[in-house]
Design a protein around this ligand. Structure first.
Ligand SMILES: Nc1ncnc2c1ncn2[C@@H]1O[C@H](COP(=O)(O)OP(=O)(O)O)[C@@H](O)[C@H]1O
Ligand SMILES: [Mg+2]
Length: 199
């Protein structure tokens, strides 16, 4: 079946505002488009396993195992949620996607090409947005329980990998240090610009 909709992902450090902005974006887009929100880890079997056993353990799993699990979850997420919706003409907004694997597992020193290879079956996003917030600021914003992947040193390394993908043009950078409203407006401008060109 031919693809009809679009797939957009929102990326960035924990606490940068992905969930806030992805939900706001879907709400606003719904005025004119059939937009749907989804997130990774997904609600599939592997995604639920990750949320239950990996994110809040005292000790972090090996980055190889994390990469395999996230890639497996992504495969299910694409097959069961993203692709069917895109094929029905929806505008799918995912709160985290492939670049989270590259940034978080890549930040541990794993080879980025290997992570990319693992994810070669994952649908390529039509637009990937990086909400860039200073690592010091996101740590302050995270009032909820921190996951094992969140501390200042790690966040700095994770940001470095994201920035590489901004520099090579795969991710569109949005300044996330501004107010929620300003960030939302900037994201909306990027998305509408993309849709105008693509439609
Ligand atoms: N632009 C912003 N300025 C200040 N606080 C923000 C901003 N965006 C989000 N927040 C707050 O930061 C926290 C983390 O936001 P959240 O959307 O859950 O981030 P993420 O999903 O990226 O982890 C929340 O308490 C949220 O209200
Ligand atoms: Mg979130």
């Amino acid at each position: 079946m031919k693809k009809k909709g679009f797939f957009i992902c929102v990326e960035g450090l924990d606490g940068c505002g992905k969930t806030t902005q992805a939900r706001l974006l879907v709400r606003k887009l719904k005025e004119n488009y059939a937009a749907v929100y989804t997130a990774e880890p997904s609600n599939g079997k592997v995604g639920r396993f990750i949320k239950k056993y990996c994110l809040h353990n005292k000790k972090r799993l090996s980055s190889v195992v994390e990469s395999l699990l996230f890639a497996a979850d992504r495969f299910e997420h694409v097959e069961n949620v993203i692709l069917p919706a895109v094929k029905r003409g929806k505008l799918v907004i995912s709160d985290r996607y492939l670049y989270s694997s590259l940034a978080y597992q890549g930040a541990t020193g794993l080879n980025l090409e290997w992570i990319q290879k693992l994810n070669e079956h994952a649908l390529h996003p039509d637009l990937a947005i990086f909400i860039d917030v200073d690592p010091e600021i996101v740590i302050g914003r995270l009032k909820r329980k921190k996951s094992v992947m969140e501390n200042l040193k790690t966040q700095r390394k994770v940001r470095e990998v994201y920035v590489r993908f901004v520099e090579n043009g795969e991710l569109v950078n949005v300044d996330g240090n501004k107010s929620k409203k300003e960030v939302a407006d900037e994201i909306m401008t990027v998305v509408l610009g993309f849709l105008e060109k693509a439609c």
